[in-house]
Design a protein around this ligand. Structure first.
Ligand code: HEM
Length: 144
């Protein structure tokens, strides 16, 4: 069958347009940059104030903590398909040597769940966040 001139080029373009008109990115559904910053604002004090996880932030300067917080916001925005370029290190490199254990990880996930609940994030988005974060586990948790 003869192809219409330009057909091969027009079809993918149309698909991309259709998708962007019907599906919002996770970034958009979480409220964009401000929504994700709100998520991090709620989560970090939970982690830092936790009896077991607090050791990871003990004796660190305020500026170092602020820098890490900014990188976490950027990382989450970029990972949720937002218009942000993440300039930090990858997850394996940035957590290597901290000896983050299975138990630390479970507590972290508990706090992330509490943040999602506190902010009233809908179930669909909670599931997408949990799936994404879980995919990072092998890079972050170290076998002790
Ligand atoms: C038990 C779990 C975790 C603990 C205890 C933890 C702890 C930390 C600490 C202490 C730092 C600062 C490292 C430094 O200044 O050199 C850091 C950096 C970072 N973490 Fe985590 N983290 C955990 C899980 C995660 C997860 C699940 C994510 C992503 C969703 C994440 C994203 C980041 C990012 C983006 C940075 C900054 C990387 C950079 O400095 O270039 N962390 N984390």
């Amino acid at each position: 069958m003869a192809e219409e001139p330009g057909g091969a080029l027009l079809t993918p373009t149309k698909n991309i347009e259709d998708k962007s008109m019907t599906e919002k990115s996770l970034y958009e559904r979480l409220g964009g940059y401000d929504g994700i910053t709100g998520f991090v604002n709620d989560l970090l004090p939970r982690l830092q104030g936790d009896g077991q996880l607090g050791r990871f932030w003990a004796y660190r300067g305020a500026d170092g903590i602020a820098r890490e917080k900014q990188l976490l916001i950027d990382y989450l925005c970029a990972s949720a398909a937002g218009p942000v370029y993440y300039t930090g290190r990858n997850m394996k490199l940035s957590h290597k040597g901290m000896n983050i254990s299975e138990s630390d990880w479970d507590i972290f996930m508990g706090h992330a769940g509490a943040t999602m609940e506190a902010l009233g994030i809908p179930e669909q988005e909670c599931n997408e966040i949990a799936t994404f974060v879980s995919s990072l586990k092998d890079d972050i948790v170290e076998a002790v």
